[in-house]
Design a protein around this ligand. Sequence first.
Ligand SMILES: [Zn+2]
Length: 391
Amino acid sequence: MAALLDVVKVLFLAATLLFSPVASSATTTDSTPATVPATTWMPPNADILSHVVSQGETLQSIATALGVTVRDLRASNQIYGTDALATGTVLYGAKSGLVHTTKSGQTLTDIAATYGVTVDAIARANGIAMSMTIFAGAQLLVPGASAAFWDTVIILSQGKASQFIWPLQGAVVSPFGWRTHPVLGIRQHHDGIDIDVPEGTTVYASAAGEVYSYGEQPGLGNVLILEHASGFYTLYGHLNSSLVVKGQYVEKGQKIALSGNTGISSGPHLHFELRNGEFPVEPLSFLPFYYDPTPTARFEITNWTQDHYEYLHEYSDYAYVYYKVTNTGAVDIDYYEVWIEIRCADGSTFQDWTNGSNVPRWGYLTDWTIIRVAGKRVVSVSVTRYEVHSY
Ligand SMILES: [Zn+2]
């Protein structure tokens, strides 16, 4: 039974039909072949070169020995930026493309989609015939594949080997945990993190795995869920569209969706969740941490009112200005200053200033200030300038 589970089911015929524009019958909508034919081991592919790492060797020296580029060598062996090469490790390379090590659950159709090549090209390059079974761990030559795919993984993993990588690059504007919902205004648990990106930004798979589902969920809009090893799931919300289909096996760093603003959302962003079984966990505990020592923030006026007010036995008009400071960086903000411009009905404007402290990284705080407007009627309030400091 265990051996059967490790079989990568590859049905060349079924895979070809999936790409055929005329194929629309029920038999072609399921990417998993119904039956696995008799096992046949693939003949060794002479175009796949291998090298056993010995003491003192570097990526450059091995790449030179194999006659491939360092970049392609990294991509063929899924090597991150700062990995040390362990003596005895077998590395693969090819002059006419990349080498792919198949994973459990992956079909030829899935592998072709990962690299943006055709099923036919992979089958031909590896001498795969119809009804042949390939085992997980087998090396396939993917002709014409580009190492750009792994370049993205290196960027999104911050150069560190890890099971999960960032689904895209952007500031975390709302953290995991209890919060007041930005649109609904009610206190609820935020099961993921919100990453600030414009609509249509490419979303990458945080880890290798199978597409579990894609569909609309209340509040979260269009939601894609991937199932990973060890019972982990990742969830991507507020999407514009999905680039993958249910049941498809995707590699870490593969393009899976385009971000959007669907569902109940305060603006375009990606909602990203990591679940251990059914339980949401803090994604930042699993993602490679990127330390940016520059504090960054966003200031917003959330509300203002004007009132007649007595202060030290003197009557005057005051504006009550409510604002929100969102720490969009990876360091705590210890101190901030913000300049607020008041525009009055008579056309005049003037500025006032306030300050505050302690906005945790990826967190936010709300505060308010009173500005004296001396008998004028206020028509608008805005933030003109701010400074944030970390010590
Ligand atoms: Zn969210």
